[in-house]
Design a protein around this ligand. Structure first.
Ligand code: ATR
Length: 277
């Protein structure tokens, strides 16, 4: 049997944690597999993708800045169509298909933080209105969340979310946050604020509901100041590394034929790596 190979394609991509993550599972399950980084420029990306099998790959992850192009160059499923971007590509009888597992990443992290959260959550507040926000909104709608407030520095981009996903999405100005956070049960940061090297995220979460869940897509640092604050206040938290691990599950299964488990041991392995960043 020949070795199954997958990769993450980005530009730049050399700091990706995906090889460590997939490599851990390949070893754990004793599979004949390989996962590596491919740094490919925007100009070279279409030719690379169209010859993915020729490069020896059974599939790949896509990261910045290629998620939109990957969507255009493959046959997307409903999730990728809904989000308008693809992060996981795989072959199905020779057809290059794609999905968006960032949706599962976000929902998996929330499930882990607070099993059953979706049964008693009617509304959510999302900060930010970029690509990550689209995946989160898609997941929240799949889970039946009725009202999704999107607060963004650039208000027009929050309006774009309503245009894309419909009236469940309520666009909001950044200054509306204090009002929106009073009594909120679910808060998700999808901005880059609070990331190492970026400005801090200054938001007062003291008025959230006592059983609130706070989620941050950022994983450098781990935890972010937002999540440290949330934890200190007794809220449940889901972090960006939880999301990264959960988004990786379906790709691994599609390429290597085994559904892997997200474990504390794997989390700690990646967290130790991130602490060095
Ligand atoms: P991604 O695809 O990872 O979501 P993105 O599309 O660049 O990344 O989105 C980044 C998000 O962080 C946006 O919502 C951005 O707000 P704008 O739409 O106004 O640009 C938000 N963001 C970045 N820097 C910010 C800052 N200094 N203050 C407030 N929001 C910020």
């Amino acid at each position: 049997m020949t070795t199954k190979r997958a990769c993450v394609i980005g530009w730049p991509a050399k700091h990706s944690r995906s090889p460590k993550l997939h490599g851990y599972w390949i070893e754990k399950y004793g599979l004949d597999g390989d996962y590596r980084i491919e740094e490919v420029t925007t100009d070279d990306f279409p030719a690379f993708i169209m010859n993915l099998a020729g490069h020896g790959y059974v599939g790949c992850n896509i990261t910045m800045p290629h998620k939109d192009a990957a969507f255009q160059l493959s046959v997307p499923d409903d999730r990728a169509k809904g989000v308008g971007a693809s992060n996981t590509l795989y072959f199905d009888n020779g057809v290059l298909r794609s999905t968006n597992t960032d949706v599962e990443g976000a929902m998996g992290a929330l499930d882990q933080a607070s099993p059953g959260w979706d049964k008693h959550t009617k509304s959510a507040v999302i900060m930010g209105a970029g690509g990550a926000c689209r995946a989160v909104i898609y997941g929240l709608i799949e889970r039946g969340i009725e009202t999704i407030h999107v607060a963004n520095r650039t208000y027009e981009k929050a309006v774009d979310m309503q245009t894309r996903f419909g009236d469940r999405v309520k666009p909001a100005h950044w200054d509306d946050l204090p009002k929106l956070l009073a009594g909120a049960k679910l808060l998700i940061n999808t901005t880059s604020l609070g990331m190492k090297g970026q400005p801090p995220l200054e938001v007062d979460i003291s008025g959230l509901a006592p059983d609130a869940v706070v989620c941050d897509i950022i994983y450098v640092p781990l935890p972010t100041p937002l999540l440290a604050d949330a934890k200190a206040r007794g809220f449940k938290t889901a972090n960006g590394l939880d999301m990264l691990l959960h988004q990786a599950v379906s790709g691994f299964e599609l390429w290597f034929g085994k559904r892997p488990e997200v474990t504390r041991e794997l989390f700690d392995l990646l967290a130790a790596d991130i602490a060095k960043a």
